[in-house]
Structures are given as structure tokens and as C-alpha cells.
Design a protein around this ligand. Structure first.
Ligand code: SAH
Length: 211
């Protein structure tokens, strides 16, 4: 269910969670989250909660989507790589903020469902790929920004390689859910500097494709 009240309450929750970037808040305001969750969870779409999307995967809480989008420091002319399309919600929020989003998902069905949502919502600046995010997207690199929405055990070196000079990557890192942290990587003069932002819980970034 989406009433103006639900959306206003969500935006207040996001501000309380430390999201003050108006580009991020207005992008979230313009993406109908109920379109990304299974029908049984639609009445909870505007709560600040993670929700199941099938295949043992989850759609992150809006405050985490907001914090990651804000930490990315993305601008309207940028080219962004996203690993872990999932429902496509985070993809759409970014698509409202940047020039183009390239997004990779290793579950074919999730990818197809997300593609159908982009079409229905008339979002035309997203390019999708079914594949393994550990490989990145060499043909489209370098990317000014990279966001990863599944947790690798360590920062994938391939993704640092595919990050542009001066670029920023935001990702959760850690093998165990209870010890993951959200990390920001900045690439300057070919070197990566790492900053720890927050404690988070994400599904693992799995290597390879489902058999
Ligand atoms: N951002 C998504 C939620 C992502 S859940 C949303 O807004 O809905 C994490 C997603 O990462 C899952 O869909 C999972 O299948 C995907 N994933 C995990 N490992 C991956 C990999 N190696 N390559 C690409 N996608 C991966």
C-alpha cells in the first residue's frame, strides 16, 4: 500500500537514520517500493525493514539503501556498476540519480523479474547482465562508482581494477553476517584507501553461477 502518509513517514525515518542528501531522498521518494516486493509484503513496503524477494534473497531496508546511495557520493553524469540486482530497487534509486547503471545478477529469474520492473516503471538508463559479479563488467569499465549489495568475504580485486581513477566503491565485506562492515574504497593515484562506515548484514556474494 502506498499512501502519501506512508511515504512521508519513510522519508522521516530516513532523515532520522542520517540520510540528509537531497538527491538520495528525492530518488527514494520517486521509486515505488511496493513494486519490488511480493504481494504478501506490499502493506509493509514503506516500513524501514528488509523484505524477502525469493531465492533466499532479501531487499535491503530503505535506510541501508539510503546510506549506501549517500556514501557513494554519486553525481548526475556518472556511470555506475552495481553487483547484486536482486529486486532492482537499489538499481532504480541509483538510476534516478546518475546517468547510467550497469547491474549484474547471478539468479536468472531475479534478473528477469527486475528487468520487467524497469520496463513497467519506464526506467531506461539501466543495462542488465546475467553473470558473476566477482568478474565485474570489463567491457564497460572503468566505472566512476561501484556499489555491491551482497557481501564478499574480501574486497574483490577485479572490482578495484574496474574502478576509475578518483572513483568510489561502497560494499559490505565479511564472511559472517554478524561481523560484516560497510566499507568505502577510494581509488587515488591507482591506490585504494579504505574507510569503515557501519555494521551491516547482507547475504553473501557467491562465486560462480547457480547450476
Ligand atoms: N540490491 C538488491 C538486494 C540485493 S540481495 C535490491 O535492492 O533488491 C543480493 C543479491 O546479490 C541477490 O539477488 C543475489 O542473487 C546477488 N548476488 C550474490 N552473489 C552474486 C554474484 N557473485 N554476482 C551477482 N549477483 C550476486
Amino acid at each position: 500500500m502506498s499512501t502519501p502518509n506512508h511515504r512521508i513517514r519513510l522519508l522521516m525515518d530516513l532523515r532520522a537514520a542520517g540520510i540528509g542528501d537531497t538527491a538520495v531522498l528525492s530518488a527514494i521518494e520517486r521509486v515505488p517500493r511496493e513494486a519490488f516486493v511480493p504481494p504478501t509484503f506490499r502493506d509493509r513496503a514503506y516500513e524501514d525493514a528488509a523484505l524477502p524477494i525469493g531465492h533466499a534473497q532479501t531487499l535491503s531496508r530503505p535506510s541501508v539503501v539510503g546510506l549506501m546511495s549517500q556514501a557513494l557520493e554519486a553525481g548526475p553524469r556518472m556511470k555506475v556498476l552495481e553487483i547484486g540486482t536482486g529486486s532492482g530497487y537499489q538499481t532504480c534509486v541509483l538510476a534516478r540519480m546518475v546517468r547510467r547503471v550497469y547491474t549484474i545478477e547471478r539468479h536468472r529469474e531475479l534478473m528477469q523479474e527486475a528487468e520487467a520492473r524497469f520496463k513497467a516503471l519506464r526506467i531506461h538508463n539501466v543495462t542488465t547482465k546475467f553473470g558473476d559479479g566477482w568478474q565485474g563488467w570489463a567491457a564497460q569499465a572503468p566505472f566512476e562508482r561501484i556499489i555491491v549489495t551482497a557481501a564478499p568475504s574480501e574486497i574483490p580485486a577485479t572490482l578495484i581494477d574496474q574502478l576509475a581513477e578518483g572513483g568510489v566503491m561502497v560494499l559490505p565485506v565479511g564472511r559472517e553476517k554478524r561481523t560484516q562492515s560497510l566499507i568505502r574504497v577510494r581509488k587515488t593515484d591507482g591506490r585504494a584507501t579504505i574507510e569503515e562506515l557501519d555494521a551491516v548484514r547482507f547475504v553473501p556474494m557467491v562465486a560462480g553461477l547457480p547450476t
